[in-house]
Design a protein around this ligand. Structure first.
Ligand SMILES: [Ca+2]
Ligand SMILES: [Ca+2]
Length: 132
């Protein structure tokens, strides 16, 4: 019963996400989404959380979408610094971007399940935004 409800919700959010996206290839920015929507957007295998590969896939697509001048790196204009990132985090290459993604994933994956639940993402955000 719960699975059915979750699946329906995911389908609805994904459909909404696609229709709102101006370019289908442009992955949406996750920072403005509620954590539950982040998960439903990235959760391809439908297990209710964001696996390492699912997040990496997004991170890679996002990198290429942000790299507007296609020089293989993101400067602070293409990818504004996120909370917790120092000025030396830009410019960043795709490799550095992926490394940062993995570090963030590990930091957020509190139960070490290799999959990020909405609760973990929410907690990770609160921690990053200066929460105690
Ligand atoms: Ca998943
Ligand atoms: Ca660039």
């Amino acid at each position: 019963m719960k699975a059915v409800v979750v699946t329906a919700a995911v389908a609805a959010v994904v459909a909404l996400g696609w229709s709102m996206s101006s370019r289908a290839d442009d992955p949406p920015a996750l920072s403005s989404m509620p954590a539950s929507e982040v998960v439903s957007t990235l959760d391809r295998n439908g297990n209710g959380c964001v696996d390492v590969e699912e997040g990496r896939n997004y991170a890679s697509r996002r990198f290429h979408a942000l790299d507007r001048n296609h020089d293989g790196s993101l400067d602070a204009e293409e990818a504004p610094l996120q909370p917790g990132e120092g000025a030396d985090a830009r410019p960043v290459t795709n490799q550095g971007w992926q490394d940062a993604y993995h570090a963030r994933f590990d930091a957020v994956d509190a139960d070490r399940s290799g999959c990020l639940s909405p609760q973990e993402i929410e907690a990770g955000r609160n921690a990053r935004n200066g929460g105690k």
